[in-house]
Design a binder for this molecule. Structure first.
Ligand code: FDP
Length: 335
């Protein structure tokens, strides 16, 4: 923890250099997410007491049960972004199509992709959850954003980040020149710099995956995870298993401590082909940008996540992400 009190706003403004990544309008979007996160944090903290726990009774575009807090967070972030007019379109996990901007937003240069509340299945049991976001410069000239503004590869992201609502609320972001984290001081309502210029270890002995799914994975992935559990003094094994089941929480721990996170495709139905779970545009891409910034790597098993050309705003990908040496070992084991 740093002792100096540098607010997110001051850090963003101070760190402004020449170039697009530090455009004041881009800073405004990051501050919009910070503002929304403060409100979400309040609701999450009193979720057990309020009326926002439990399911709505509908499913989202992915066929998953929608929680009341999912809707609350989605509506809240959309409202903030529309009110400030900082983006010309939003792709959200909770909306099948592109969310239209406000009139002011039609002139904005930016689009965002987001998962307003990641880890929904952990809401009602008081386990860490988060908000994930990713920002691109639009391709179209003006008016509401179109599909082409979103269907890009992850290397085109200008900024990415997440907020984790846990023992503390923390906002972690990058604009492509390193990663810093800001902890919400609940007494003043400010995000203060708590982790400057984060680096992840080259290798760590932690792996995170839903091992209950192991029988559904392809053979190289099973072999890799089995290898982590064997005692091997030279390789520093066995590894420790840590899995929360909220991407933001698992990723955040691994970002700071090191580790490898895997969400492989379900390959149990040969006729259907591999079926990945996590979403490229608002889960894999932002996390991949962050991990590369801290010296780690992210792959779908054959190529870097950031090199994948998106074809659908809700497309899914297998993901293996974390320490460089661990991810490389996984890739080489696939042959
Ligand atoms: P959730 O289904 O609870 O919303 O992408 C969603 C996600 O959580 C990730 O946050 C998490 O890493 C993963 O799915 C958990 O999936 P499993 O429950 O299948 O392990």
């Amino acid at each position: 923890m740093l002792s100096e009190s540098v607010s997110l706003r001051a850090h963003l403004v101070r760190g402004r250099k020449s170039g697009e990544a530090c455009d004041p309008e881009l800073i405004d979007i990051l501050l919009d997410f910070a503002a929304a996160a403060k409100m979400i944090s309040k609701e999450v903290n009193r979720a057990g007491l309020g009326t926002l726990t439990g399911a709505v009774g509908t499913t989202n575009v992915h066929g998953e049960e929608v929680q009341k807090l999912d809707i609350y967070c989605n509506d809240l972030v959309v409202q903030v972004l529309r009110q400030t007019g900082s983006v010309c379109g939003i792709a959200s996990e909770e909306s099948p199509g592109i969310v239209a901007p406000s009139e002011a937003g039609e002139q904005s240069k930016y689009v965002v992709c987001m998962d307003p509340l990641d880890g929904s299945s952990n809401i009602d049991v008081n386990v860490a959850i988060g908000t994930i976001f990713s920002i691109y410069r639009r391709k179209s000239q003006s008016g509401p954003a179109r599909e082409e503004d979103f269907l890009r590869n992850g290397r085109e992201q200008l900024a990415a980040g997440y907020v984790t609502y846990s023992t503390s609320t923390m906002l972690v972001y990058t604009v492509g020149d390193g990663v810093s984290a800001f902890t919400l001081d609940q007494s003043t309502g400010q995000f203060l710099l708590s982790h400057r210029d984060i680096h992840t270890p080259e290798r760590a002995k932690i792996y995170s995956c839903n091992e209950g799914n192991m029988s559904k994975w392809d053979e190289p992935t099973r072999r890799y995870v089995e290898s982590l559990k064997r005692v091997d003094g030279k390789a520093g094994r066995p590894y420790t298993s840590r899995y929360v089941g909220s991407l933001v929480a698992d990723f955040h721990r691994n970002l700071l401590r090191g580790g490898i996170f895997l969400y492989p495709a379900d390959c149990s139905d040969a006729a259907a082909g591999p079926r990945p779970k996590l979403r490229l545009m608002y889960e894999a891409n932002p996390m991949a940008m962050l991990i590369e910034q801290v010296g780690g790597a992210a792959t779908d098993g054959t190529r870097p996540i950031l090199d994948i050309q998106a074809t659908d705003i809700h497309q899914r990908v297998p993901i293996v992400i974390g320490c460089c040496a661990d991810v490389e070992e996984y890739i080489s084991l696939r042959g």
